[in-house]
Design a protein around this ligand. Sequence first.
Ligand code: KG4
Ligand code: ZN
Length: 347
Amino acid sequence: MQNEMQNERQALKKMRILGIETSCDETGLAIFDEAKGLLGHVLYSQVSTHAPFGGVVPELASRDHIVKILPLLTELLENTETSLESLTGIAHTKGPGLMGSLLVGSCFAKALGYALNIPTLGIHHMEGHLLAALLEKEAPLFPFLALLVSGGHTQLIEVFGVGEYKILGESLDDAAGEAFDKTAKLMGLGYPGGPRLAELAESGDAHRFQFPRPLTDRPGLDFSFSGLKTFTMNVFNASEKTEQDKADIAACFQEAVVDTLFIKCKRALKATGLKNLVIAGGVGANLCLRERLQSLEGKVFYPRLEFCTDNGAMIAYAGYQRFKAGKTDSLEIEILPRWPMDKIEKD
Ligand code: KG4
Ligand code: ZN
């Protein structure tokens, strides 16, 4: 009888979810409270660890996660004046991502969940990105169109509800962020490439060269950025590589990516009849893209800039939505370094 009452009290308790993101090179933790919203988040970026190597070194990434995860949790609990005992569940990124990095977050989540006797749940990293805009005061209502543009994904998705996703188009080769990173590397801009290239593009002339807009001259919503990267490399190699050349080429490349994304978003809004567009993932932090999308018919929603790139808040929030729908995982440690978006279960 007492146990039953305890269970009932537990069920009535407002949810408070710890979110843990460790899929790549950022350790992010956050707490989402059902009644109060996002209580706080902490983030450690491993940029300085990987910068000397010009890209993410997976083994170093997992080691950094191990070193940072516990101090970050302590910091988060202090900042938010929250006790571990007040948590009702833990959500962690289960995939896709780097195997070692995912394992750190997942093992940490399971061990903590076991110790606190609360459920844990593995979240799809891209679902986290996809739902991040719902953390904002002015959040879109379902259904909406989402453009997911990260380092590993470029997808146009029709979102009917949590877990109800229809992929309308995606990249056949490089993701948009990947194209930014690789192009930046080819131009000797280092890591992280996307933001560096975008910064350089600010002082460039986006009309100096005519760059292609891949796959825009035929119907469909798929993307291809690999050829654009090669085109950029050829223009770069043929140039004198002055600072102005570099800036102009960066600006032309950025303009080509942004224009391509714009054309496909416009096309997808028309095809679906949807009025709301959500931009998610790291490339969503690109200011040129944001400016361009303003001219779309329909309303565009973004997560705040810090939640465009990887963070714990989006995992805590996606976890909250999934726990609310009654989902939990067993204590078995399972990660999915490759996990296609269309394999996410509805509930
Ligand atoms: O979502 P995210 O943090 O991680 C993944 O899930 O991949 O996205 C990272 C990607 C990288 O490719 C990075 O270069 C790109 O987002 N990115 C940008 C900008 N900020 C981040 N690309 C263009 N302009 C930016 N301002
Ligand atoms: Zn991401």
